[in-house]
Design a protein around this ligand. Structure first.
Ligand code: Z2T
Length: 778
């Protein structure tokens, strides 16, 4: 495995090197993609595929007595991210490379990625993911590419050429060392760079303590520097105002900007040209301290006028927002920021002062509005609203689906939208068909290429709609069903090894895999399963013969401190225990929780599923990208009209999926009604079963049941339950008609073209970044 990886790496490095020489020579405008998280998964199969050397490698390995697929499965995931936001960053990198854009990714090289989930007696436990244990063949350590990053200290005034200036006298310095990760494009020589920073103790600082004789303490303190890049925060959308997190953000931002500015200054003299050469994309607000950092460098170090510097900043930055709820937006306590980055706090105050002055011109003395739009939030804990900082500066603010952008315009950032409507743009997310079809579903890949008569769809996914023509072709149906069966067999084997549950390949594989969240309503799924179980228990033998057998697969991680989510995981296991061991049920219903869900598990599960579930309460899922991967793989969707599912329905036709539940604009009114809303009797019954201890752990599940009853039910499980069951019944009826099902499946794949990250990246390139491809000659 190591030898194989290093051999592939050599080929990667050649292209990566040539690409950078070429970029350097052409000096195009570059896009720099800043993200605190990248969820890359495995590299071997992806690299081999994108380099187009799979057949040669497979042959060579066979001659040596090895099996390519077996070796490939040895590789562990690079899991430097939490979920959708981070995997989306990874898909975007693949598209940027494939489409020949002069792009760089910048992030943090965490030593510990997202925790490993292990299940003990049905409860989630977290274990550290020390992924670098056996070395990482996919990175190139660049000991000579390093920059000092400063923290703490004070701000002093200085007079320079008769002008008063501020200078920051930092109190601590940490070294950022670059680790480069080549990202190969498909069908091109281009390979771009993902540069991740690791923290190392700085050599210059702390000389004092050496001379004063406190040798031991000096060494211990040096080592503390490394903690900055130690571990990824595992909460996917709650921000706790932690010092380490702020240091992580500034650390990677400062190093990246030093790197970007050095590259710029190598060839250019004046920062006037900066916006013609540099576009900075910030992935959510996590890197938004970069706005203050650019201002600090331009004003304090390059001595530009404030207004000139601000003009430059406003022309280079654009942001993508992934959050839906105003509460999901990041805030940093002023005291914290002032202590870690005192000069940046001053700069943010100055930005805010000028912003509020400008706002007054439009809104006069509307103080409510001014305080809502301010970057500073007053209150018990005075804090910086990172989203407002981004809104004040960025030339574009991107939503990740049409409904999401609508929510941003009308609710989350209403005031800003009214002021600057032109900033707000929709860039519906996408996923890369290279990883999600070519790598993970090779049989489907061959079928598509065969029927389209070309492999061109791998780079130009619009062509995939050509499959529509054959949606009723019996020969295609046969190939399609075989493909699905083979994939289901692989998945069934995996399930059996992991959980010892034997599942029938004739059953409908019904899957929900994603982070565990109340809004994603895994609990609705479980209550639906309980309902189905209850029905089967009350059937006689002839009724049972009409039941469509189901394998219900659930997987996902709960944030370590998220109690409700952890209870949902336990409920999955408690229900599985009961159902899977009930002789009355047999193969009619199996419940499986797949532990430690990650990118490579997704690559195995998605191709083998028949139906996938996307159950978020309407208005809560910004986009959702899992559904796109299922769609590409011809799995039917059972979904609420939320996020990207709305656009999927437009592409493939609502009749080709199973939609249910309250609509986005009905949700607020339904919530208003609160207690007067009664879920169906069926709903009350299944919740009661859990409450009464039918699945054990009565006391433990009480608070979980409380979240959906007694007028609580914020996510409207009770309200949506009947419609959910109806959609499930519709899926059953369709499954019985295999011809119809296969046709819908083909139409799903055929309609998935829009949801390629290639399309997303083209939109970003044209509408937000203003960059052109720069294709390295072969
Ligand atoms: C995340 O993965 C997403 C949103 C967040 O809001 C945070 C994280 Cl870690 C702050 C997800 C969205 O929930 C999902 O709908 C979307 O598809 C994904 O980002 C990519 O945009």
């Amino acid at each position: 495995m190591q030898a194989l990886a290093h051999s592939v790496r050599d080929r990667l490095i050649e292209r990566w090197h040539d690409t950078h020489q070429y970029f350097k020579k052409k000096d195009p405008k570059r896009i720099y993609f800043l993200s605190l998280e990248f969820l890359m998964g495995r590299s071997l199969t992806n690299s081999v595929t994108n380099l187009g050397i799979q057949d040669q490698y497979a042959d060579a390995l066979t001659q040596l007595g090895f099996d390519y697929e077996v070796l490939a499965e040895q590789e562990g995931d690079a899991a430097l991210g939490n979920g959708g936001l981070a995997r989306f960053a990874a898909c975007q990198m693949d598209s940027l490379a494939t489409l020949d854009y002069p792009a760089w990714g910048y992030g943090l090289r965490y030593q510990y990625g997202l925790f490993r989930q292990i299940i003990v007696d049905g409860f989630q436990h977290e274990q550290p993911d020390f992924w670098l244990n056996f070395g990482n063949p996919w990175e190139i350590e660049r000991v000579h590419v390093s920059y000092p990053v400063k923290f703490y200290g004070t701000v002093e005034e200085e007079v320079l050429n008769g002008k008063k200036c501020k200078i920051w006298i930092p109190g601590e310095s940490v070294e950022a060392v670059a680790y480069d990760n080549p990202i190969p494009g498909y069908g091109t020589r281009n390979a771009i760079n993902l540069r991740l920073w690791a923290a190392k103790p700085s050599d210059q600082y702390d000389m004092e303590s050496y001379t004063t004789g406190d040798y031991i303490n000096a060494i211990v303190n040096r080592q503390k520097a490394e903690t900055i890049s130690n571990v990824l925060y595992p909460d996917d959308r709650s921000y706790q105002g932690k010092e380490l997190r702020l240091k992580q953000q500034y650390f990677f931002v400062s190093a990246s900007l030093q790197d970007i500015m050095r590259r710029f200054k190598d060839l250019h003299r004046s920062f006037d040209e900066f916006p013609e050469k540099v576009a900075l994309q910030i992935n959510d607000t996590h890197p938004s301290i970069s706005i203050a950092e650019v201002m600090r460098v331009l004003v304090d170090e390059e001595h530009l006028d404030w207004s000139k510097a601000w003009d430059i900043a406003c022309r280079i930055f654009s942001v993508t927002i992934h959050a839906v709820q105003p509460e999901g937006l990041e805030k940093i306590p002023v005291d914290l920021l002032g202590s870690v980055l005192p000069r940046h706090l001053e700069i943010i105050y100055e930005i805010n002062y000028r912003l509020v002055e400008e706002l007054k011109k439009s809104f006069g003395q509307d103080y409510d509005k001014l305080s809502r739009m301010s970057i500073i939030e007053e209150g018990a804990v005075k804090s910086i609203r990172m989203a407002n900082l981004s809104l004040a500066c960025c030339h574009t603010v991107n939503g990740v689906s049409r409904v999401h952008l609508e929510t941003l315009k009308t609710r989350v950032f209403k005031d800003y939208y009214e002021l600057w409507p032109q900033k707000f743009q929709c860039k519906t997310n996408g996923v890369t068909q290279r990883r999600w079809i070519v790598v993970s579903n090779p049989s489907l890949c061959s079928i598509i290429s065969k029927w389209l008569g070309t492999e061109a769809w791998i780079r130009n996914v619009d062509l995939i709609s050509g499959l529509r023509e054959y949606a009723k072709d019996p020969d295609l149906h046969t190939e399609w069903k075989n493909m699905k069966r083979v994939n289901k067999m692989r998945l069934a084997e995996y399930i059996e090894t992991l959980t010892s549950v034997k599942v029938s390949l004739d059953a409908m594989f019904n899957v929900q895999i994603k982070r565990i969240h109340e809004y994603k309503r895994q609990l609705l799924n479980m209550l639906g399963i309980i309902h189905r179980y209850d029905c089967i228990k009350n059937m006689d033998e002839s009724d049972k013969r009409r039941v469509v057998p189901r394998v219900c697969i659930i997987g996902g991680k709960a944030a370590p401190g998220y109690e409700v989510a952890k209870k949902i995981i336990k409920l999955c296991h408690a229900v599985a225990d009961k159902v899977n061991n009930d002789p009355d049920v047999g193969d009619l219903l199996k419940v499986v929780f797949i532990p430690d869900y990650n990118v490579s598990v997704a690559e195995l599960v998605i191709p083998g599923s028949d139906l996938s579930q996307h159950l978020s309460t309407a208005g809560h899922e910004a986009s959702g990208t899992g559904c796109m991967k299922f769609l590409m793989n011809g799995c039917l969707l059972l979904a609420t009209a939320d996020g990207s599912a709305v656009e999927i329905a437009e592409e493939i036709g609502a009749e080709n999926m199973f939609l249910f539940g309250a609509k986005v604009d009905e949700v607020p009114a339904l919530r208003e009604k609160g207690t007067t809303l009664k879920g169906s009797l069926q709903f009350a019954r299944v919740v009661r079963m859990v409450r009464d201890g039918y699945f054990g752990f009565k006391d433990y599940f009480k608070s979980l049941c409380d979240t959906v009853e007694d007028g609580g039910d914020f996510y409207l499980l009770g309200y949506d339950f009947a419609s959910y069951l109806e959609a499930q019944a519709a899926a059953d009826r369709t499954f019985v008609d295999q011809e119809k099902w296969t046709q819908m499946s083909i139409l799903s794949t055929a309609g998935s073209g829009k949801f390629s990250s290639d399309r997303t990246i083209e939109e970003y390139a044209q509408q937000s970044w203003g960059i052109e491809p720069c294709k390295c000659p072969f």
